[in-house]
Design a protein around this ligand. Structure first.
Ligand code: AP5
Ligand code: MG
Length: 199
């Protein structure tokens, strides 16, 4: 199964993706995590993306598309994967779709997590103050930029996945409420019964 999760910074993509990937027994691929690891390891890509990420901008499309395509060809992704943070621009969505078409593959679900801007700011500010080593892009001046970038660059993807060609693939989920409530909504929308509740 191939699943994509889209949502603004702080929407709970990482939180819900790790639960959902475990539930569906597929790989959770967070492009943010992949880039942060590269940054920490000081690789060529890591050095290139560090200043871009730290200020809350997006890294270049070609770079992230090639990172993702390389990653999803690995053995552990052959039975499926959950993409968290990719695609994030229309050109990325189009490039990913070309890749899928070439490989005669398709996306099963695109989950859009909706959370209003005020709540996003609250969550990210809270995380910044709570962490001993906060994420560089959680600093107060970067948060509004990340939210702005989401509205201008990423949200057009929601329209892209609403088109007829993606017939019913898009699932719009309210990302507010408890983490359990949001998870339950996702399971219902993608037609998966929560066995932990059934027993
Ligand atoms: P990325 O790592 O993807 O970060 P992000 O989208 O900015 O957002 P977060 O990871 O902070 O939020 P999240 O939605 O995962 O929420 P989380 O579960 O953590 O990207 C970072 C950067 O990498 C980008 O800015 C860009 O530079 C680069 N990048 C990555 N992919 C790229 C791409 N494809 N193209 C170009 N550049 C790319 O939750 C947030 C907080 O809220 C947590 O504290 C959590 O505990 C809390 N929370 C979660 N759910 C709830 C709830 N229901 N109620 C209350 N609190 C909650
Ligand atoms: Mg995340």
């Amino acid at each position: 199964m191939r699943v994509v999760i889209i949502g603004p910074p702080g929407a709970g993509k990482g939180t819900q993706s790790s639960r959902l990937a475990k539930y569906l027994d597929i790989r959770h691929l967070s492009t943010g995590d992949i880039l942060r690891s590269a940054k920490k390891a000081g690789t060529r890509i890591g050095k290139l993306v560090a200043p871009i990420m730290d200020e809350g901008h997006l890294v270049p499309d070609e770079l992230i598309v090639s990172v993702v395509e390389e990653r999803i060809e690995m053995d552990d992704c052959q039975s499926g994967y959950l993409l968290d943070g990719f695609p994030r621009t229309l050109p990325q969505g189009e490039a990913y779709q070309r890749y899928l078409d070439e490989h005669q593959q398709k996306i099963d679900h695109v989950i859009e997590l909706q959370v209003d801007d005020d709540e996003l700011k609250k969550r990210l500010e809270a995380r910044y103050h709570k962490m001993e080593n906060p994420r560089e892009d959680d600093k107060p001046e970067a948060i509004p930029r990340r939210i702005e970038v989401y509205h201008s660059e990423t949200s057009p993807l929601v329209d892209f996945y609403s088109t007829e060609r993606f017939n019913g693939v898009l699932k719009v989920i309210a990302g507010i409420g408890t983490m359990d409530e949001v998870f339950q909504r996702i399971l219902t929308e993608i037609g998966q019964e929560d066995q932990s509740l059934a027993s």
